[in-house]
Design a protein around this ligand. Structure first.
Ligand code: NAP
Length: 224
């Protein structure tokens, strides 16, 4: 399969949680880290999240810095990268901030047609898979349409699917100086988890940022 270069960017607490037990967004990153995330977005062709993140956080997923947006336009790129949501049943609320020009909803054949009708004027719709979004097919199609670099911004279940399918090349984790706790609070990867053959990562870089730590890992085994 020919697919885009894919990296996950996530912020977690010192105890490994990416949000609270109520799955409510927690401000883990400081100013420097948020600026770094903005730069990563600006260097990507698309930014992707799961519907769980849309429902919990309502992210806009656009570039915040005027300068970075202008510089993309000067390079002949759209102001913002495409915004992709893995949303099997088209549950994205019609008021979601992610919707609008440049939004791609990846849905399945099981998505109700009335939901698709109401969302199709606010987003492009791509149908891949029967029950949950077929991420391999999606990435092959995105690659074919010129999307070569995807930044995944969570959440925990989408991260798991992508990593377990061997579709991720790098992971950036910002570890913030805080604790969240809670048995059910999401972590970097939720889903089924590995029982054996735990994948090993290569450490690419470590950097002190704000009052936390940024770690960049490489996943050596690229399946494609
Ligand atoms: P998620 O990973 O954002 O979305 C998961 C949903 O995506 C699934 O339940 C599924 O719902 C849909 N999906 C469609 N195809 C899929 C596939 N092939 N594999 C996996 N999922 C697929 O949701 P989450 O795990 O609940 O994570 C959300 C939490 O993460 C929130 O609490 C948010 O605040 C937090 N978060 C934290 C950060 C951070 O950096 N700290 C970043 C992002 C999110 P359907 O079956 O309905 O399609």
């Amino acid at each position: 399969m020919t697919r885009p270069f894919v990296f996950i960017n996530s912020a977690m607490s010192a105890d490994g949680k990416i949000s609270s037990i109520e799955r409510r967004q927690v401000r883990i990153s400081g100013r420097e880290d948020l600026a770094r995330v903005d730069r990563l977005r600006a260097e990507s062709d698309a930014v992707m999240v799961g519907i769980g993140t849309v429902l919990a956080d309502d992210p806009g997923l656009r570039i915040k810095s005027d300068l970075l947006r202008r510089s993309r336009v000067e390079r002949g790129l759209p102001e913002n990268p495409f915004r992709i949501v893995a949303d099997s049943m088209a549950r994205t609320p019609s008021t979601a901030s992610v919707l609008g020009k440049g939004c791609l909803l990846a849905v399945t054949e099981s998505a109700p047609s009335n939901r698709l009708r109401s969302l199709s004027c606010k987003s492009e719709i791509i149908c891949c898979g029967r029950v949950s979004v077929d991420l391999e097919e999606l990435f092959t199609r995105l690659y074919g349409s010129g999307i070569k670099r995807i930044m995944v911004e969570g959440g925990a279940r989408l991260n798991w699917s992508l990593v377990s399918l061997g579709l991720v090349d790098e992971i950036y984790v910002y570890i913030g100086a805080m604790l969240i706790g809670g048995d059910g609070a999401p972590t970097l990867l939720d889903g089924e988890g590995y029982r054996e053959n735990f994948p090993r990562l290569s450490l690419s870089n470590v950097q002190r940022l704000d009052d936390g730590l940024l770690i960049k890992w490489t996943l050596p085994q690229r399946r494609a």
